[in-house]
Design a protein around this ligand. Structure first.
Ligand SMILES: [Zn+2]
Length: 255
C-alpha cells in the first residue's frame, strides 16, 4: 500500500475518536454461571460483585453520560470471553470496560494485598504479578477458542490500524478510570498495569479491565459487600469515562 494511503488510514483510525455521549458503552462483568471467579473468606463471589457493580455502571452511564449501554451479561450466566469483545466490536461500541475483583493465593497475601488496579491490553505484562493475574483471568478461555482473527490481508491491516489506535486510547482510559477510582474510594492505588488479557484481545475500541479490589482481603471483601461502596466504584468508573471523553474531545479540537 502506498505511504499516503497508510497515512490516510492512520488518520481515519484516529478520527474515529470515541465519546460515550449518545454512543455505545459495553460493560462486561467478569465470570458468571459456573465460573465464580475469586471467592472471599466470607464466601463473596467475584462474579456477583462484578455484576452488581456493572449494573450500576450501566445505570449511571445512561443517566450521567446519556450513553447507550450494553452488559455482556445481565444475570448469572457464563458468556465466553471471546463473545464479550465480539459483541462490543459487532455493535461498534465506543468503550469496553470489563469489571473484576482480585484475589491472592496464600493466607499471608490474602491478609495483606488490597487495592485497585486498572489494566489495558498489552503483549508484555507490567511484571510477574500482572502476568499471573492475566493467567488467572484467562483461565476461562475454552481450549477450542482461537486466538487468530483469520481474515484476509486487507481486513487484517485495517484491523491492525484500528487496534493500534484503540490500544493507545485504552491506556488513557485506564489512567482516567484509575484516578477516579482511587480518589473516590481512598483504596490503595495499585496503579495502571498492562497484561495480555484475552477478554480485551481484538477490541476495536478503547478497552480496559478494572480489578475493583481484592475479594480475598477480609477488609476489602467487607467493603465490596456494601452497596454504598459498590456505588462509589460505579460512579468513579462513569466519572472516569467522562474525563476520558473530555480528553478525547480536546484532542480533536487542538491536535
Ligand atoms: Zn476475574
Amino acid at each position: 500500500m502506498p505511504g499516503s494511503a497508510v497515512v490516510f488510514l492512520v488518520l481515519l483510525a484516529a478520527a474515529k475518536a470515541p465519546a460515550p455521549s449518545g454512543e455505545l458503552v459495553v460493560v462486561g462483568p467478569g465470570h458468571g454461571g459456573g465460573s465464580l471467579g475469586a471467592v472471599g473468606p466470607r464466601g463473596t463471589r467475584e462474579k456477583d460483585v462484578a455484576l452488581a457493580i456493572a449494573r450500576r455502571v450501566a445505570a449511571l452511564a445512561r443517566q450521567e453520560l446519556h450513553a447507550r449501554v450494553l452488559l455482556t451479561r445481565d444475570g448469572d450466566r457464563e458468556v465466553p470471553l471471546s463473545a464479550r469483545v465480539g459483541l462490543a466490536n459487532r455493535k461498534r461500541a465506543s468503550l469496553f470496560v470489563s469489571i473484576h475483583a482480585n484475589s491472592m493465593p496464600t493466607a499471608r497475601l490474602r491478609r495483606e494485598m488490597r487495592g485497585i488496579q486498572t489494566y489495558f491490553l498489552s503483549a508484555d505484562p507490567s511484571g510477574a504479578a500482572a502476568a499471573a493475574l492475566a493467567e488467572r483471568e484467562n483461565l476461562e478461555v475454552r481450549p477450542t477458542t482461537t486466538w487468530g482473527r483469520g481474515h484476509g490481508d486487507v481486513d487484517a491491516i485495517l484491523d491492525d490500524l484500528a487496534l493500534t489506535a484503540a490500544q493507545a486510547d485504552s491506556s488513557r482510559l485506564a489512567y482516567a478510570l484509575q484516578a477516579r477510582l482511587v480518589q473516590a474510594t481512598l483504596a490503595e492505588d495499585r496503579g495502571v498495569q498492562q497484561a495480555p488479557f484475552f477478554v480485551l484481545t481484538g477490541a476495536r475500541m478503547p478497552a480496559v479491565l478494572v480489578e475493583v479490589g481484592f475479594v480475598s482481603n477480609p477488609d476489602e471483601e467487607k467493603l465490596l459487600r456494601e452497596a454504598a461502596y459498590r456505588e462509589k466504584i460505579a460512579a468513579a468508573i462513569v466519572a472516569g469515562m467522562a474525563d476520558f471523553e473530555k480528553e478525547i474531545a480536546a484532542r480533536i479540537v487542538s491536535p
